[in-house]
Design a protein around this ligand. Structure first.
Ligand code: EPU
Length: 431
């Protein structure tokens, strides 16, 4: 192998900005990378079985680097070659994920369940606030307690102990993606049967379930709202290929739509994006899947179609900002309701700098489409908000400068290179 993946943050990209000259119709081919939100729990699941796991189709992202740092902090040995990462979890001898890492990536709390399952103890920092909402982890902790973990919150850390977790019944108040993943990992080696009710159904949960089953776990129903897990005594290391990133794919579909372009998208699962695809087709976007290549043709001007974000298989909150960018140029007014996170409209005021006409009341934004957006200096505020600003810039007159794009590096692999290859006029420069 060629050594550990080169961390993006060590390349000093933190203060880069993007300069985009809008008005180019995108055309050509683009390939989607592996899914961030599938890869993160999969990396943490490797903790469950000592030995060397090999994970394929790993995207090069800042959040992956952070995950590698957490695993290394625990004592794992990690090396990478291209999009393949090998993780040896045999040497893990430390059970603590510290605040400096967890605060930069909340998904680090997913170390808790696997550490507890394998070693009977874990100390993981509470993540603290987040730009898009409070995002507590109470349901993770309640679920682990139902499996017999003794949990204390002290000095900003969760301290959990259990001799051996035991199967239990968990009914989630909210269908939580991370909570479902946490409990699937914890229950995989618990004694007896665990039933997770009102479980999240995202494709990333199915991917994690597939990996855990390959490791020897007995899990039924991943991808439905009831998951049954029969605990096994031990799990073995595996080779696993991460599913394609549905949100990256959706972002490229939106990019073709907003520029009136005509592109072909490779390595994507269109069936993971049904809710988005139906809405975009209603808005006049042509989306055709032939031989696993998805062709997207944007309309001259999209129609205005309302959406409400919902847990999967509903419209994904992670596509709300990008969809809003598209609706900014729609022919008519659309109503967008955000039902997952309480503060996920931070892109609104930045989109208005392009001349978008948006009003927000509570969790609902009304977007009156304008004929043309105009380029402006704007600031990225979180990952998906950054993507929405890129989309607006691709459709806008003149030049847009997007600063603070380090958010983008958390979740989009080389997005400026992929868009440039599709004909966009986009460059990354040091701020
Ligand atoms: N919630 C609680 N208590 C909990 C857990 C969740 O109240 O213990 C609430 C959250 O505050 C939120 C709702 O439940 O209001 C749903 O949160 P969920 O747990 O499903 O989200 P997550 O696991 O923290 C993942 C993705 C997010 C994505 C959401 C929803 C990963 C690493 N992150 O977060 O991805 O938005 O599911 O689909 O898988 C992104 O990629 O940009 C991103 C934010």
């Amino acid at each position: 192998m060629g050594g550990r993946p080169r961390p993006l943050y060590e390349r000093g990209f933190a203060l880069d900005k993007l300069i985009i000259k809008g008005g180019k119709k995108l055309s050509g081919d683009v390939t989607v990378s592996g899914s961030k939100n599938a890869a993160l729990p999969i990396f943490f699941a490797t903790i469950l079985a000592p030995g060397t796991h090999e994970i394929h189709n790993v995207p090069f992202l800042r959040d992956i680097n952070t995950t590698i740092k957490v695993l290394e902090q625990l004592g794992a040995e990690v090396e990478g070659n291209g999009n393949v990462v090998r993780i040896n979890t045999g040497p893990i001898a430390n059970f603590e994920a510290t605040y400096d890492l967890v605060k930069t990536m909340r998904a680090s709390v997913l170390a808790l369940g696997p550490l507890l399952a394998r070693f009977g103890k874990a100390r993981v920092s509470l993540p603290g606030g987040c730009a898009i909402g409070a995002r507590p982890i109470n349901l993770h902790l309640k679920g682990l307690a139902a499996l017999g973990a003794d949990i204390k919150l002290e000095h900003g850390y969760v301290e959990a102990k259990a001799k051996r977790l035991k199967g239990g019944r968990v009914n989630f108040d909210i269908a939580t993606v991370g909570g479902t993943e946490q409990l699937m990992m914890a229950a995989a080696t618990a004694k007896g049967e665990t039933i997770l009710e009102n479980a999240a159904r995202e494709p990333e949960i199915i991917d994690l379930g597939d990996m855990l089953c390959d490791m020897g776990a007995k899990i039924e129903g991943a991808g439905t709202d009831t998951i049954r897990i029969i605990g096994v005594d031990e799990l073995a290391p595996v080779t696993h290929r991460v599913i394609p990133d549905r949100i990256e794919a959706g972002t490229f579909i939106a990019a073709a739509a907003i520029t009136g372009g005509d592109i072909r998208i490779h390595n994507m699962r269109l069936d993971h994006l049904d809710a988005l695809v139906f809405k975009l087709q209603d808005a006049g976007v042509e989306i055709i899947n032939r031989d696993n290549v998805v062709r997207v043709k944007g309309p001259r001007r999209p129609g205005a179609i309302n959406i409400k974000t919902r847990p999967y298989p509903g419209f994904p909150t992670d596509m709300q900002a990008q969809y809003m960018a598209l609706m900014c140029v729609a022919d008519g007014a659309s109503v967008i309701s955000e039902n997952i996170f309480e503060n996920r409209f931070m892109h609104v005021s930045e989109l208005m700098r392009f001349g978008a006409d948006i009003t927000v009341e509570g969790n609902t934004a009304t977007v009156k489409g304008v004929k043309k957006l105009s380029g402006a200096p704007v600031m990225a505020t979180d990952l998906r908000a950054s993507a929405s600003l890129i989309l607006a810039a691709l459709a806008a007159d003149n030049t847009t400068e997007i600063s603070r794009i380090y958010h983008l590096d958390r979740g989009y692999e080389s997005i400026e290179k992929k868009l440039a290859a599709l004909g966009a006029d986009i460059v990354r420069v040091k701020e």
